[in-house]
Design a protein around this ligand. Structure first.
Ligand SMILES: [Fe+2]
Length: 146
């Protein structure tokens, strides 16, 4: 699938650029086709340490203890080896999509946060996609059928 990058805020649109960026409202012409916008592991079956630190892990929980019935929880962690959160090297944000449609962006500050988040979904089916952006090592993603 084609990936378009918003030149203002780094948001990735899948398939086609939107009329306006859902994060910063930039117009369609500010999107650039970039097939290399998201990094891919060299060998998915044999990840390097750097890849293990950057590829998100998605965990689905069917029972929500906060919202209650009908809510599906997803926890996202960066990554299998937890990524550093230091002023010079940290995860800047995590963007989430359902079936390649944007859901939300979670901004992280390195001083107080671990590179992880939990979300509460109203939907019970689809493909959840997590895309993180490391200030030094770029964007990495993972997807999971829910
Ligand atoms: Fe990194």
């Amino acid at each position: 699938m084609k990936t378009f990058v918003c030149k203002r805020c780094g948001y990735i649109a899948f398939g086609e650029p939107p009329q306006n960026c859902p994060i910063c409202n930039a117009p369609k012409q500010d999107f650039e086709l970039d097939p290399n916008a998201i990094k891919k592991p060299a060998d998915p079956k044999n990840l390097s340490e750097l890849e293990k630190k950057h590829i998100p892990l998605i965990e689905i929980k069917r029972q929500c203890g906060l919202v209650g019935s009908g809510c599906l929880d997803a926890n996202i962690k960066i990554g299998e080896i937890i990524h550093p959160m230091e002023a010079k090297h940290y995860i800047m944000y995590i963007d989430l999509y359902l079936d390649y449609n944007f859901i939300c962006r979670y901004h992280l500050t390195p001083e107080k946060l671990n590179p992880a988040l939990g979300i509460h979904l109203k939907v019970g089916a689809g493909k959840l996609l997590a895309l993180e952006n490391c200030n030094l090592h770029g964007r990495w993603m993972a997807e999971k059928e829910i």
